[in-house]
Ligand binder design. Sequence first.
Ligand code: GLV
Length: 387
Amino acid sequence: MPVITNIDDLKRLHKKRTPKMFYDYCESGAWTEQTFRENVTDFDKIRLRQRIAVDMEGRSTATQMIGQDVSMPVALAPVGLTGMQRADGEIKAAKAAEKFGVPFTLSTMSICSIEEVDKHTTKPFWFQLYVMRDQDFLEGIIQRAKDAKVSALVLTLDLQILGQRHKDLKNGLSVPLRPTLPNIANLATKWQWGLEMLATKNKSFGNIVGHAKGVSNMGSLFTWTAEQFDPRLDWDKIKKIKEMWGGPLILKGILDEEDARRAVDVGADAIIVSNHGGRQLDGALSSIRRLEPIIAAVGDQVEVHIDSGIRSGQDVLKATAMGATGTYIGRAYIYGLGAMGEAGVTKALEVIHKELDMSMALCGRRNINDVDRDILLVPEDFAGRWA
Ligand code: GLV
């Protein structure tokens, strides 16, 4: 059993144990992948201020996100195709999150359905919604989320069209995996993945199949999103969805102050500063660079969360110190899932928690709620002067 000490260890195992096309799907950004890379490297530019001789006993990372208790300010982000990284991946990740005391967000494009995840968990989870053209489907899925007692709806606003990730096209990404020669050759070294996948009934898009009308080519994510996602999504429609849902609403994909203000106007409970992990608009600024300007614009009116680029507990600490009330990990937990299933997701959460807790202590703070900008050393032009 390898000794896992950091998220990169899990990433290496994920790559080894998961079919190439699904690992690549996780580890891709759009086009040149500039934004995908800078999401991570911009976190590295922020440094921490070491403090000494401060009592470190009785530390706590517990806080709240949208009024819900969390053991640390980290939620599992919605990730499409999670159940292809490992059989029943969404159920495994949801169980790990539940035991750890952090929110799990189920993607519309998950393999296990809302009902399946509900059946295998005991606490409410969050559900991420993509808005489809089909109004019946939209109303139906919101009702299904209510029936499953979902405790927050996360509405993604930066993917009416799917960004181009070269590797997915080259690999012929499909769900389920097609039995082509390269795929079979690749599977020969991933026997555990294959055996677990053979044993589950969750092999396609569980929220969609059997629920959406006129689904012609579900196997191709590109074709399918182009046919089904609603390109006319606008702020009026967001307002209507808020009314239909009636519960806590988190708007995801905000990178601009003006959009953040619109999100406040429609009554969001939280916004997520996000560029979709660099998977949509390549060339957009990293989320961490956009965090402070957006907090300055709306942070007194709405909770500001962040995703994209978080790979360590130190990243969580930096975002929290800048004023984010919550962070999301996507790839960091998918590496764990692909590496070791539920135990791997737990390991990813443990790694991040330990890094967060120790770094907070070494910065002289005992409670995550007392962490502020004072613990950071940020380059003067970090947000950048862009004209
Ligand atoms: C879907 O959310 C994707 O980024 O592929």
